[in-house]
Design a protein around this ligand. Structure first.
Ligand code: ACO
Length: 372
């Protein structure tokens, strides 16, 4: 039996949702550069991932209206967020538990028919940004702000965080980040979601599994650590010395390297451009300059490329978002891809159950307790 460490290069399933070919990423056949260059909205991209075609005007209007009608969260969920905000919990743990609670409060949560799963999918997609914004405000002692049904997901999220309408540039930046994070073939959290779906578990169990998997620093958890690293480097005042020391201790530099991309992460350049546009001529330009320094050093010293997490940290910082919720923003985007994959798995299901290569001891004789 062949074993591949970390399942590297192993094909585990077929999909029509997204593909990575020659360092290029596409969603249902559309290269992400097409979606970026035409400023596709996050709502359009969710529709694309779930239906495998771009919506026409009516389809998009109906889909958007459905999402907006479900932005609100119940008082019970808000109370649970309040209780969790008083404890020292990792925000991703709060998101994981609260998404699980959405299932508790949905009387049809165990229904896995296509119609029920669609309704659950809309609810998850629409409510996750509201949960994240409400939690972010509660943990800093502020009252949650009710969502506005006249705003897009990106605009509404920024509005719920700050209580004021964001500028068009801020909305464009977050919309772009949400589109770029929406799906990524068989990344660890999507694979985890598909494994869970393959057992015919409900969608809340699948998304909860995915959130837990995204939390780790080798996956989505890297982005919150990138900004903390940039802050440390700025305080120290010497990026080269900082990076040299970390690399000498064999520490991973967050936001660099990728399992699949070796020459470039096609998402990174859009976030880099966005970070530059947002910071140019402002006091935040220092973060962009620092990021370029780190990028150059990592390329020269280790031949490592920045991944999607690296410049998204600066983009979120400039949008006034606290680094502790960066990974939650990743989740509120990636849930669109998780749902697409969960539905695809459910439609063409085969239990995912690989084998392992046993390398332990064999043929031992049982020794009675008193003789051990
Ligand atoms: N910093 C320092 N060295 C690194 C880094 C890094 N960020 N990434 C890879 N390397 C080195 C490894 O130490 C290893 O060197 P060695 O051969 O001398 O031991 C070599 O490059 C290969 O690295 P692996 O970890 O074996 O590569 P793998 O494909 O398993 O890991 C991963 C990819 C997990 C993303 C890795 O690059 C990493 O840990 N990066 C930092 C965390 C991060 O940014 N995660 C986000 C990934 S993108 C996403 O999930 C959205």
């Amino acid at each position: 039996m062949m074993e591949s460490e970390g399942m590297k290069d192993l094909i585990a399933c077929q999909t029509r949702i997204s593909a990575i070919v020659d360092d290029q990423l596409s969603y249902a056949g559309y290269n992400i550069s097409e979606l970026m260059d035409n400023e596709a909205s996050f709502e359009e991209v969710i529709y694309l991932l779930w239906n495998l075609h771009l919506p026409n005007q009516k389809e998009l209007a109906d889909f958007t209206a459905e999402l907006r009608a479900n932005y609100g969260i119940s008082d019970a969920i808000e109370q649970c967020l309040l209780i969790q905000s008083r404890r020292h919990l990792h925000p991703m743990s709060v998101l994981r538990s609260t998404v699980s609670l959405l299932g508790v409060y949905n009387v049809h949560a165990e229904d896995t028919s296509e119609e029920a799963v669609y309704e659950q999918s809309i609810q998850l997609m629409a409510k996750m940004p509201t949960i994240i914004a409400a939690f972010a405000r509660l943990r800093s002692g502020q009252t949650p702000i009710a969502p506005r049904e006249d705003l897009s997901i990106a605009a509404n999220f920024l509005y719920m965080l700050k209580g004021e309408e964001p500028t068009p540039l801020q909305v464009k930046a977050l919309n772009r980040a949400l589109v770029l994070h929406a799906d990524h073939e068989l990344n660890a959290s999507t694979f985890a979601a598909r494994v869970c779906a393959s057992t015919l578990a409900d969608i809340y169990s699948c998304v909860t599994t995915a959130i837990g998997t995204l939390k780790g620093p080798l996956h989505g958890g890297a982005n919150e650590r990138v900004f903390d690293m940039l802050t440390d480097i700025r305080e120290m005042g010497d990026s080269e010395a900082y990076l040299q020391e970390k690399l000498a201790c064999k520490e991973k530099i967050m936001g660099f390297g990728h399992r699949v991309y070796k020459k470039q992460d096609p998402r990174e350049k859009y976030l880099r451009d966005m970070a530059e546009e947002l910071t140019k001529g402002t006091e935040d330009e220092v973060w962009f300059d620092l990021s370029r320094e780190v990028e150059d050093y990592m390329k020269n010293a280790k031949g490592l490329i920045p991944n999607v997490d690296f410049y998204s940290a600066t983009v979120y910082h400039v949008l006034g978002i606290d680094s502790s919720i960066y990974t939650l923003i990743f989740a509120m985007s990636r849930v669109s891809g998780w749902i697409a994959h969960i539905q695809e798995q459910q439609r063409h299901n085969k239990l995912i159950r690989p084998r392992s290569d046993y390398v332990g001891l064999v043929d031992l004789t049982y020794i009675p307790m008193e003789a051990r």
